[in-house]
Design a protein around this ligand. Sequence first.
Ligand code: KIV
Ligand code: ZN
Length: 513
Amino acid sequence: MSRIIRIFDTTLRDGEQCPGASMNREEKLAVARQLARLNVDIIEAGFPIASVDDFEAVRLISHELEGPIVAGLARAKEEDIDRTWEALKGAPRPRIHTFLSTSDIHLKHQFRLSREAALKRAVEMVMRARGYVEDVEFSPMDASRSDPSYLYEVLEAVIDAGAGTVNIPDTVGYATPDEFGGLIKGIRENVRNIDRAIISVHCHNDLGLAVANSLAAVLNGAGQIECTINGIGERAGNASMEEIVMTLRTRRDFYEADTKIVTEEICKASRLVSSITGMVVQPNKAIVGANAFAHESGIHQDGLLKEKTTYEIMRPESIGLVQSKLVLGKHSGRNAFNTRLKEMGHELSQEELNKAFERFKRLADQKKEVYDEDLEAIITDEAYRIPETYMLRYIHVESGSDINPTATLEIEVEGKALTKVGKGDGPIDATYKTIVAITGTKSRLVSYDVKSITGGTDAMGEVMVRLEEDKKTAIGHGADTDIIVASAKAYLNALNKLVYWKKIKGPENKREK
Ligand code: KIV
Ligand code: ZN
């Protein structure tokens, strides 16, 4: 019988800390819902003291989500623990995750605390958190560079104080698999009361060893792994959830362990996180990269045609990678459309559904065949939307080999229609300069990407732009069979996110971690 390893997903907290990956609360809720469909055990929804938006996101997820435990991160400080509890209050199963460093490097240079003072504070804060919730997790930050005997002492004390999970972070991604496995073994053998807690691990990927270290920990008794979708996170990221889950599933024979993850939801989760954060998945990334199941060599293809297991250790269907399906056509009705969306895991509000259906009808008129991927693009475009300060009403662009590209746009700005004509170096430059002239915005275009959603010259193009203003970045998406229209929509979507961010940003909305 396989041991069940708990999956603690920190995409919304550690994952969100990586540069440019910040998400607004609606986007976080969409990711949290997908994590629930994946059946993760714990969702770390954010770091409530860090900003008003983090607090609100944790609160929203706590209220809206059923199923997984919802955790909030707190430094070992009274105000952090109290604020985290405030945010988590509505959750059916709340967890407070508190942390304090145990390495001498951190204690001396960052916290300016003696070992004794740090131990005392860790115990007091675990007890304070236990005053609010039954479920408390403690992380001795930089554990892998800490003196093991001091680490054992701290773990023993926080377990006595009421921590039910002790999480061992390799904060700077310094450990190697043998060493990290040895550390977990040492904890099991030297912490007197360790059988009263679950050992968790949290590995960073600075040396590319986060997954290997997490799996070495499983072999040595860890019962929970902290990880993120697509491995996003601080610096080189965290252990990637899909790699951990599929390794345990595929090599259950070796690890004698598995998870409760619904692996068929992996692809969808990977695409959602990539599209929301703008962090593109490298094509050769294990499990979810575009080439992960593409067999190019003739010998491999020959073997596969004869027997799949010759070169395939996992079935693409097991991660939800299915052949593009022709789903709907221009005669399909609202019911068929909604049923298909539900099958794909999207529950839309009535208003979102109306908008998406309108878009689908227009697309089906332009494009004979509408695929699942097209529907995903419409959903990304229409759902999880924030209030639209700027709305595209009309666009006409002229360009060619010997004319000066000119764009005419009508944009509704807070209910008022404004029209301008502008020129640029190309059709997209002309469009973007005209948008800037109409909206009077000052953001910088950091990146622009366009890709075709399905094959064929009538395919929809999906544009993703990254805009920056006041050190805040926003990702905008737009999809259309006309890539200039898609480009305009993507730019306006990013501008709307920046406006939204400014509106919800309160005076205390600052990041501390
Ligand atoms: O990397 C780390 O040490 C962390 C802790 C807060 C768990 O993210
Ligand atoms: Zn971390």
